[in-house]
Ligand binder design. Sequence first.
Ligand SMILES: *[C@@H]1O[C@H](CO)[C@@H](O)[C@H](O)[C@H]1NC(C)=O
Ligand SMILES: *[C@@H]1O[C@H](CO)[C@@H](O)[C@H](O)[C@H]1NC(C)=O
Ligand SMILES: *[C@@H]1O[C@H](CO)[C@@H](O)[C@H](O)[C@H]1NC(C)=O
Ligand SMILES: *[C@@H]1O[C@H](CO)[C@@H](O)[C@H](O)[C@H]1NC(C)=O
Length: 609
Amino acid sequence: MKPTTRILCLALASLQSLAAAVTISEINGNKYISPYSGQSLTDITGLLIAKGPNGIWIRSTTPDNDVATSEAVYVFSSTVGANLAVGDVVSLDAKVAEYRSANTYIYLTELTTPKNVKVLSKGNPVVPLVIGQDTLSPPTVQYTSLDGGDVYAVPNAVANLSAVNPVLKPAEYGLDFWESLSGELVTVKKPTAALRPTSYRDTWVFGDYAVTGKNAHGTLTMSDKDSNPEAVLIGAPLDGTKNPTTTKMGDLLEDITGIVQNTFGFYTILPLTALKVTTPASSAAPATTLQSLGNCKGITVGDYNVENMAPTSSHVPKAAAHIVNFLKTPDLMFIQEIQDNSGATDNGIVDANATLTALVTAIKNLSGIVYEYADIDPVSNQDGGAPGGNIRVAYLYRPEVLSLYNVNPGSSTEGTQVLDGPALSLNPGRVEPGSTAWSATRKPLAAQWKAKGGKKPFFTVNVHFSSKGGGTSLHGDVRPPINGVVDRRIEQANVTGSFIAQILAKDPSARIISAGDFNEFAFVKPMTQFSAISGLVDLDDVVSTPLPERYTYTYDMNAQALDHMLVSPALASSKTTKYEHLHLNSWAPDASVVSDHDPSVALLNVCGC
Ligand SMILES: *[C@@H]1O[C@H](CO)[C@@H](O)[C@H](O)[C@H]1NC(C)=O
Ligand SMILES: *[C@@H]1O[C@H](CO)[C@@H](O)[C@H](O)[C@H]1NC(C)=O
Ligand SMILES: *[C@@H]1O[C@H](CO)[C@@H](O)[C@H](O)[C@H]1NC(C)=O
Ligand SMILES: *[C@@H]1O[C@H](CO)[C@@H](O)[C@H](O)[C@H]1NC(C)=O
């Protein structure tokens, strides 16, 4: 080659590399999916801000002014970091890729197959961005622009973020905010653990920035159209240490510094090292203040999903202790998830008398109080739950205060009818057990009761609607997220609500209580429709429970209410009506959890006139 040709070649090569020197913010772009996805780029330059087991993170040395474009990116390679150190400014060639490990997750923009890695300088300072100070404050209400203002809007799954690829608005939408920091090294100041760690020891937290929905225990409760996108998941530490398993709701933590990364379907901060609790929260949830009057003028009514209880379950005495010491042995208990006498063994046994006797005996052992119980066996394996477990709803009641009115129990397949009176044709009886709304799930159990001193019998409907199985997460690609089995719960609300409406049609002043695990939030269609069709009112509304204190369950980042107690207008308008949620399980460390739900207790005048 002649010298002149060689010079020309060199000049061309450097022109090409100049043209190809794309900045990290240009690689990320201002949307979820990179405009360079699939392309190979050369001379990508950045400051090495953190190293992990499978790659490094680099931050642009030529940032732009756009808050929507992240200045950092993950370089996926288990070998790239070997000879590099945090504080190096490096340049490399790599391919831009969009990665996710499941098709309902949001993609991570990353660089793969790095080559020609050069260290341009060493020992540069690496300063994390303090969330809410060096960055915007995380949005506290909405998740994405594709949720129509409500992540629980029905229908679900009308769009995918990856397909629409909206321009990020990190001041308005929580997921846009976290995406706009993808790959960045950040610090969360004064974090609070939102709830117990997951089975992978990952913990949801929020920092000292502005939040909404804070409850008296110091964590976040979801409410209508506000499901707290300001919280973020803390994942596996980059230094190989392990996060604690004993963290619990409301614990205060040391400041967390780590990398923002979408992993396993969630915006996560991968901390440089394991979380440390500085100030543990109290797990000593108070007992109910409500006291039975021992007659119709003030009966106490409890509701508790006791989570797959079999006669031999180790949590039988613990649930009994909750009922005795914290619920103060209510006159009437709505119970869910009583398994049959053989527990989750699939042997055709459906009778649960041993299970209910075990619970009643444990309560008697602790308190001397003797409950009676009422339930109806399902047809084996037709009511969902663990195969062979045959979970069902049941009532426990104190016979010195309450009795079933004109006892006439129905069978598994007979639906009780509302007769003139009003009265139930079968007492207790299941509500439309043949309806397709209940295929493979628990049927509601209706009953009519006489309370000591009461003039008119009152009614109850104990429910356990289908669970949210098969849903997608609030952090997922699918918008609004799939609220698993919501259509079925809407049907169940319709059937149960219509049944209750028949009682109220015959007697608008009827005392009716419907409670249980509705597996749905008060502000989502199955519940709003249940209230509208049945004519019942949510006791949280009746007694004006502050919105952040309305929770019976914890999931992902949120305290939330799946369990509800609703009453007819005659009970809703009574000035003596009271209602409390007891956070016996939500606040507890993992080792002390008795059930995945919290119980609730109400005080109601069921006398009638
Ligand atoms: C969203 O993505 C999933 C998974 O790829 C796909 O099955 C679904 O049809 C998409 N939904 C829409 C509304 O495009
Ligand atoms: C359950 O019912 C069966 C059949 O009626 C009876 O033999 C058994 O003693 C009962 N068990 C308990 C614990 O009550
Ligand atoms: C109740 O107490 C009796 C007698 O002490 C004991 O045999 C039984 O195991 C206890 N049952 C429960 C469910 O705690
Ligand atoms: C309730 O179900 C009935 C019978 O399937 C149906 O006709 C009615 O439209 C439903 N109502 C609502 C509000 O969904």
